[in-house]
Design a protein around this ligand. Structure first.
Ligand code: HPA
Ligand code: MG
Length: 219
């Protein structure tokens, strides 16, 4: 993945680690974070721009698919922005909303994903413009398999936006259509991204500390 792209904001450890004291964080996570990687205000400004790009490149109704649970905050803010941009006159894009839980599996014969949408709900996608909204692309494996599965239902178009993409050597090379930020290969939490279900109630995207990893580990 080329990292000098203007298609996303390159976040790196040298310039983008904010001290925890510089912003407000929930008291219950004070010891569990090592730094703030992307402050909430910057996330919101970026979401605004991503909404603008999506509106500019979309014609006709759009089915927006939220990938649960991590994608819910980005999905909610993005949909809000798209609505605002299209109610001021000018272009209008009717939206319908879908929510999917995705689980990867691997067995001796194949690997793939199971999704929480029913067969009937999937068939509804035929001929529609579909936009998948994800929190983070890490290896890319789950997204590639999800796209293969949804493609079988013959949507008119199938695009993906992910707020984050991780710069990792484990990547399979998959890059979404709309990306917010490329981040270092660290475990991040906040803005609905979790560590064992914790930290979803944190607005900034932060790097978890060793204390946090231990405190919320599953034993
Ligand atoms: N944080 C939260 N969830 C994730 C991450 C991460 O860094 N990578 C893949 N899923
Ligand atoms: Mg996710």
């Amino acid at each position: 993945m080329p990292m000098d792209s203007s298609k996303w904001i390159d976040v790196n450890v040298e310039k983008n680690h904010y001290h925890l004291d510089h912003f407000v964080i929930p008291q219950h996570y004070e010891k569990d974070l090592s730094s703030i990687l992307i402050p909430h205000g910057v996330i919101m400004d970026r979401v605004h721009k991503l909404a603008r790009m999506i509106v500019d490149e979309t014609t006709g109704p759009l089915v927006v698919c939220c990938i649960l649970k991590g994608g819910h905050q980005y999905f909610a803010d993005l949909v809000n922005c798209i609505k605002k941009l299209t109610t001021k006159g000018g272009k209008t894009i009717p939206l319908s909303l879908e929510f999917i839980r995705v689980k990867s599996y691997k067995n001796d014969k194949s690997d793939g994903v199971t999704i929480s949408m029913t067969e009937e709900e999937c068939r509804e996608l035929e001929g529609k413009n579909v936009l998948i909204v994800e929190d983070i692309i890490d290896t890319g494996a789950t997204m590639v398999k999800l796209l293969q599965k949804l493609d079988e239902y013959k949507p008119k178009s199938l695009k993906v936006t992910s707020l984050l993409i991780k710069k990792t050597t484990r990547s399979n090379g998959y890059v979404p259509d709309y990306v917010g930020f490329a981040i270092p290969d660290a475990f991040v939490v906040g803005y609905a991204l979790d560590y064992n279900e914790y930290f979803r109630d944190l607005d900034h995207i932060c790097v978890i500390s060793d204390h946090g990893k231990e405190a919320y580990a599953i034993n």
